[in-house]
Design a protein around this ligand. Sequence first.
Ligand SMILES: C[S@@+](CC[C@H](N)C(=O)[O-])C[C@H]1O[C@@H](n2cnc3c(N)ncnc32)[C@H](O)[C@@H]1O
Length: 211
Amino acid sequence: MVRNSKEHRRDPHYKSAKQEGYRARSAFKLLEIQKRFNIFKRAFYILDLGCAPGSWLQVARKFSEENIEKYNDQYYHRDHYKIMGVDIKKTTLIEKIKLVQEDFTKPKFIDELNAFFPEKLDLILSDASINKSGNKFSDQIRQINLCLKIIDLTKKNLKINGSLVIKVFQGTDFNNFFKKVKQEFKYLKSYKPKSSKKTSNEIYLIGLQKI
Ligand SMILES: C[S@@+](CC[C@H](N)C(=O)[O-])C[C@H]1O[C@@H](n2cnc3c(N)ncnc32)[C@H](O)[C@@H]1O
């Protein structure tokens, strides 16, 4: 966490985000994940959980738009893309993206999700994070509980062979969580992007080829 605005402004990723028009420095974490795992390959139907202020949505839109031209072949492709972002907080409008202001763990959101996407998703992104209390032990447990709900949603809504990116906190429950998610994917990797602060215990799990 950046502690004050002066520290924030000195952060090189914050500066680059500003220069490149991204709403948050988190964009670089997703760009690093993409470079390493190519999660956006043939991704046309995408859901971003915990999307505010919207930098992952900006990245997702860029790759989805490229995919329309890039994968116009006999293999799986679409002539359009659909992206939905959901957050409890308000996200400022982003053109061509469906924004929902809801708690994504509530049934009301699932109804909206099903109404928007006619088919299952190619990619689920989750940078969702609990409100940290400062107690690393209880925060990690609360984050894992949130992630378990995201895994339930993933089981129901991600297509076979689809991909998942999910933010977890390292700690005592991490290994059990990893084993649980591993059952759902052919490949599961943990990855800490360079742009993620070393002082943060956040780490991302990348699930490839849902079973
Ligand atoms: C680190 S921010 C996401 C930043 C975003 N990836 C970006 O690049 O702009 C985490 C977000 O998760 C959201 N969040 C956490 N739990 C949520 C829930 N149950 N439903 C909806 N949003 C949630 C928070 O409100 C917060 O805005």
